[in-house]
Design a protein around this ligand. Structure first.
Ligand SMILES: Nc1ncnc2c1ncn2[C@@H]1O[C@H](COP(=O)(O)OP(=O)(O)O)[C@@H](O)[C@H]1O
Ligand SMILES: [Mg+2]
Length: 448
């Protein structure tokens, strides 16, 4: 009989233990589900900090059954602690609406050191109170606080500072649900983890907002820069052209120019030419970058276009005693292109070949065709370009050290602009080159 009793007591004990363990497990599961939910909220919407904070406090109240949850942030300008989000359990809905409004609009001056939230923030330490009045001092009377606590059966408030990189940015207040075993330990554990998770959520959101703002500002600055370059180039062009004309008039119309003065004027003329080209290039680049560079397309014979460039540059090749050859192409090479812009491309690439190839070198231009494509190859016996530098030359201001060193005039914008113009024509530019041997630039364009 006695044995039977012992056995009964044992099995009752085991059943109780099992029941308790089950409750504990359910509690752990809830905690995990809540943390996962907060993770999801933070990952899904980082745009608006108020909405993120609201979703988090709502989840803490509805998923894990806490009585009240507050997130307060420091408003450093007004030196006030202001609510970012507040969520209250259903049990608080019986409270008078004026009181509820007071609860929702709690604001605490930084200077109010008698307030327990300010203490938690200043000491960067968690505080716990069973007296709601310690939080709502300047808002509600002690009697009203007691009444609210009784109606909602709130026993405790845990007040945590929210800390990001050693700085308290606000506070997190949470009222636990009924504080009896076995919930207690798990609830404490969850409560302790929440401030960290919430701090990170707020930090992420603030950083994201900051990046967004900076991004918008950078875009505005970029537009301003474009406008500045565009206006500056326009304004520079007119006086530069005038100076150029006067220099030329002086050079060409004066009969009694002293040779020294003449040589100075010639240098000035060539420098002005260089400056005008630079200003024109900057104007083109500002158009390219603000997508205002438009093509006026017409069907043109590519051979004819290249031949014209060849004819104008022939004088320069002659000056350097270079062999300059254009290999004729027997058929028409029709492309749909903007004549002036494409002329600029070839003036630059063929001009480069002449410019960078030493005296008595050789520059050959020939054509080839592929499937719906035509190619123009410009081969020179110049210094060549190392493979490392072959991408650099197509970048803005991509002049190589050699070019700078030899004081060859140039801006480093020609190939960048040429590539952009060719891209607009749905074509491409490639370079094949070996140091010391020379280079071949190939422009490929779709045929009509
Ligand atoms: N045919 C070439 N041979 C050797 N180097 C070249 C050749 N074409 C271009 N480069 C190099 O590429 C750089 C960029 O060319 P480009 O954009 O036309 O600028 P720029 O001619 O004004 O210097 C040049 O400064 C030069 O260093
Ligand atoms: Mg050039």
């Amino acid at each position: 009989m006695l044995d039977q009793n012992v056995a009964n007591a044992d099995s009752k004990h085991i059943a109780e233990e099992l029941y308790k363990k089950n409750l504990e497990l359910a509690e752990v599961n809830k905690s995990l589900a809540l943390l996962r939910k907060i993770d999801e909220i933070v990952l899904s919407s980082v745009i608006d900090i108020k909405s993120v904070a609201h979703q988090v406090t709502d989840a803490v109240v509805s998923e894990a059954g806490f009585k009240a949850v507050y997130i307060l942030l420091k408003d450093n300008k007004n030196r006030l602690l202001v609510p970012l989000a507040v969520s209250l359990n259903k049990s608080l809905s019986q409270i008078d609406s004026d009181l509820l409004r007071a609860i929702y609009s709690l604001k605490v001056p930084f200077t109010d050191e008698s307030n327990i939230i300010i203490q938690a923030i200043n000491d960067q330490k968690m505080q716990r109170t069973d007296n709601m009045f310690a939080i709502f001092k300047s808002y509600l009377t002690e009697g009203v606080c007691k009444k609210i606590q009784d109606i909602a059966r709130i026993k405790y408030f845990h007040i945590y500072p929210l800390i990001i990189r050693d700085e308290a940015i606000g506070a997190f207040i949470i009222s636990p649900k009924e504080e009896s075993a076995p919930y207690f330990a798990y609830q404490e554990n969850l409560i302790e983890r929440l401030p960290g998770v919430i701090s990170i959520a707020i930090d992420n959101t603030l950083l994201y907002q900051n990046i967004e703002r900076t991004n918008i500002r950078l875009k505005e600055l970029d537009i301003l820069k474009d406008e500045f370059v565009s206006i500056a180039s326009h304004e520079l062009r007119t006086p530069l052209t005038a100076i150029k004309s006067y220099i030329w008039m002086t050079l060409n119309k004066s009969t009694d120019l002293n040779p020294q003065v003449k040589s100075y004027l010639e240098i000035a003329a060539s420098e002005i030419e260089h400056l005008i080209k630079l200003v024109q290039n900057m104007l083109t680049i500002s158009r390219i970058e603000s997508q205002r560079l438009e093509l006026t397309l017409e069907n043109i014979d590519l051979y004819e276009l290249v031949k014209q460039v060849f004819d104008t540059l022939k004088i320069k090749a002659d000056e350097k005693q270079q062999t300059f050859i254009l290999v004729p192409y027997p058929e028409k090479l029709l492309v749909s292109a903007d004549k002036d812009k494409l002329t600029e491309v070839f003036e630059n690439i063929i001009g480069n070949a002449l410019k960078y190839t030493p005296d008595r070198g050789k520059i050959t231009i020939h054509f080839s065709t592929g499937k719906d494509k035509t190619r123009i190859h410009i081969t020179d016996t110049g210094p060549g370009i190392s493979s490392d530098n072959q991408t650099k030359i197509f970048q803005k201001f991509g002049r190589l050290e050699e070019a700078k060193h030899n004081r060859t005039p140039g801006t480093g914008l020609g190939l960048y602009i040429s590539k952009q113009i060719t891209d607009l024509h749905k074509g491409s530019i490639n370079v094949e080159s070996e140091l010391g041997k020379g280079s071949t630039f190939t422009v490929t364009l779709p045929m009509v």
